[in-house]
Design a protein around this ligand. Structure first.
Ligand SMILES: [Cu+2]
Ligand SMILES: [Zn+2]
Length: 191
């Protein structure tokens, strides 16, 4: 009788071990495995936080693959009414209180600063956000230059919202002034 119980217990343990193994493989399909690097990114996300002195500014940006373009959508609140330069900057380092650790506009092609619709522009030139009297801005643009995968992927780079308008002309910054919000571009969870 004791031996039968012992055998049953062993069987139970094996069963538990198998269940545990199965739940591990479920976790892998969520992207927690070595295959993540090879997986095609279809959506990226940014949580924007206000820089020092602009703590009430906040928002988010999503980048979603749509055909051969990337749909950029942003919602930002706590801004001064009017236009605010909105760019992808070269680095995703958001540890500087003034936003300057994100470096300059992301410009892998060595191009001139310009409008997002111009033939020549920085890859990071997304133009302007425009806030209403309530300080809220929304932005939606299908961009054909930026990419979520490959050598010119935006993953890991930074997003900056500026205090002033990007004039789309002044080199190399658009004269958009101080940085009021910053964030890093990460791979979005699949929800
Ligand atoms: Cu900028
Ligand atoms: Zn630029």
């Amino acid at each position: 009788m004791t031996r039968v119980i012992a055998i049953l217990s062993t069987t139970a343990l094996v069963a538990i071990a198998l269940v545990a193994a199965c739940s591990d493989s479920t976790a892998s399909s969520d992207g927690n495995d070595a295959d993540t690097a090879a997986k095609t990114v279809t959506k990226a996300i940014v949580q924007l936080a206000g820089t020092k002195g602009n703590e009430k500014t906040m928002g988010s940006v999503t980048f979603t693959q749509q055909g051969d373009g990337v749909l950029v959508e942003a919602t930002v609140s706590g801004l001064a009414p009017g236009k605010h330069g909105f760019h992808i900057h070269a680095l995703g380092d958001v540890t500087c209180p003034d936003g300057k650790c994100t470096a300059g506009h992301w410009n892998p092609a060595g191009a001139k600063h310009g409008s997002p619709d111009a033939d020549e522009r920085h890859h990071g030139n997304l133009g302007n956000l425009e806030a209403g009297a309530d300080g809220k801005a929304t932005y939606k643009r299908l961009d054909k230059m930026i990419q979520l995968n490959g050598a010119h992927s935006i993953i890991g780079r930074g997003i900056i919202v500026h205090a002033g308008a990007d004039d789309l002309t002044t080199q190399p910054t658009g004269a958009a002034g101080a940085r009021v919000a910053q964030g890093a571009i990460g791979i979005a969870a699949e929800k």
